[in-house]
Design a binder for this molecule. Structure first.
Ligand code: MLT
Length: 409
């Protein structure tokens, strides 16, 4: 009989969010009248803003005319979007990123997984704990780990614990890590990394010939002017980092799908015999072979988010979600819950009441308050005893969720 990818057998249970959805659906079927408020998966709720919507409508109309119809686009993304990104996300912040170092895609979840195609199996991979589960599971699928232990940790991975003591920014590894995943503003803890901290990581990567995979999907939510939005704001990062960015949460594209990955031309990896190879060329080769580009209509929408009107609308949208985050932090603190994050990220990370595990707290909120959150332990062993609430919802739902949570605590 044909064989499957045996690495899939090592994966623990289901992927976190479908597992939560399964439990919520079961509860909902048994309690059809319960008005459930979902603050679990970080999925946007507010509709597209006018500038983005108009651009997408116009792009659809172009598709209706022979003269402006578009077939396959460039696998790396259209020049108009790559230029807009380079200008507004990087040059405007004093960071030199060329348009052709930007690879537009249909999501940074896919990109963070797909990037493993171009790296060898010999690399020691370091991830933080807690962590966005995609980094771990895609490494398991790629055969970069051994089996999981009782706590769900996989042999072969280097786990860097992020906890209250270190402000959820782990210490440097004590063993050599070849590839390091960092995500700031952080999912799930909602915390941020300072310039000094990021400089320390870049210096480590340079000293150890390591690569940093920097997930900046939530950078648009940073309000503190001292916090870097990009790893490329850090000296020396161009030789040691790849950055992932997303339009999902900022522009409201979780369903529409558009993201990008920045691969600087200086970045080089090694062959088995020590020859240096351009990572930019490898990723370009991978994308041209396995990807046909994000849709034109979607890229037009993404580009419109950089217009003057688009930027104003997106800032307003971000302020709206961040007001929800503030309300969550304040409301939970009022009832004695210890909260983290929520100031420069749309996630609030909270310590569950003493003696309550993350999944117990999940069940309690679901059954007693009809509020869905995400158990911290779903993000890794070090997330046990914590819980994540997302700020993506309507104001009315956030206020109602807070009332209900306060009532059951
Ligand atoms: C989350 O809730 O952690 C995110 O929505 C997941 C994602 O962006 O894939």
């Amino acid at each position: 009989m044909f064989q499957i990818n045996h690495n899939y057998q090592k994966l623990q249970a289901g992927y976190l969010f479908p597992e939560i959805a399964r439990r919520v659906n079961a509860f909902s079927e048994a309690n059809p009248d319960a008005a459930i408020i979902r603050l679990g998966i970080g999925d946007v709720t507010e509709p597209l803003t006018p500038a983005v919507l108009q651009a997408m409508h116009a792009a659809v109309d172009e598709m209706a005319q022979r003269g402006t119809f578009k077939g396959y686009g460039p696998e790396q993304g259209y020049g108009f979007l790559r230029e807009a990104i380079a200008e507004h996300d990087f040059r405007a912040r004093g960071v030199q990123i060329a348009a052709d170092e930007i690879f537009v895609s249909d999501g940074s979840k896919c990109d963070t997984g797909n990037i493993l195609d171009i790296f060898g199996k010999e690399n020691r991979i370091a991830i933080t704990d807690p962590v966005y589960p995609v980094y771990v599971d895609t490494n398991v699928m790629a055969g970069n780990t051994g089996p999981a232990d009782q706590s769900g940790r996989y042999a072969g991975l280097i786990y860097l614990e992020a906890n209250e003591q270190n402000g959820f920014v782990p210490d440097l590894p004590t063993e050599k890590a070849d590839i390091i995943y960092l995500c700031y503003p952080n999912n799930p803890t909602g915390t941020v990394a300072s310039r000094e901290v990021l400089q320390k990581w870049v210096d480590y990567a340079r000293e150890n010939d390591s690569l940093i995979l920097f997930d900046a999907a939530y950078e648009a939510f940073i309000s503190d002017p001292e916090i870097p939005h990009s790893i490329f704001e850090i000296d020396g990062a161009r030789e040691v980092a790849i950055e992932f960015r997303s339009f999902s949460k900022s522009v409201g594209f979780t369903g529409i799908r558009c993201a990008f990955t920045v691969v600087p031309k200086e970045l080089q990896g090694a062959t088995a015999d020590g020859k240096k190879v351009s990572v930019h060329q490898l990723w370009n080769r991978r994308q041209s072979t396995k990807f046909n580009g994000a849709s034109y209509v979607v890229q037009k929408g993404a580009a419109a988010a950089y217009s003057e009107q688009g930027r104003a609308e997106i800032s307003e949208r971000i302020a709206f979600y961040m007001n929800n985050a503030r309300l969550l932090c304040e409301g939970l603190s009022r009832v004695g819950i210890h909260v983290f994050g929520g100031e420069n990220a749309p996630y609030v990370w909270l310590r569950t009441p003493a003696g309550t595990t993350s999944w117990d707290f999940f069940d309690r909120l679901l059954t007693a308050a009809h509020v869905v959150g995400t158990p911290g332990s779903g993000f890794g062993a070090a997330g046990e005893g914590y819980f994540r609430l997302s700020a993506f919802n309507s104001l009315a739902n956030v206020e109602e969720a807070l009332r209900r949570i306060e009532a059951v605590l």
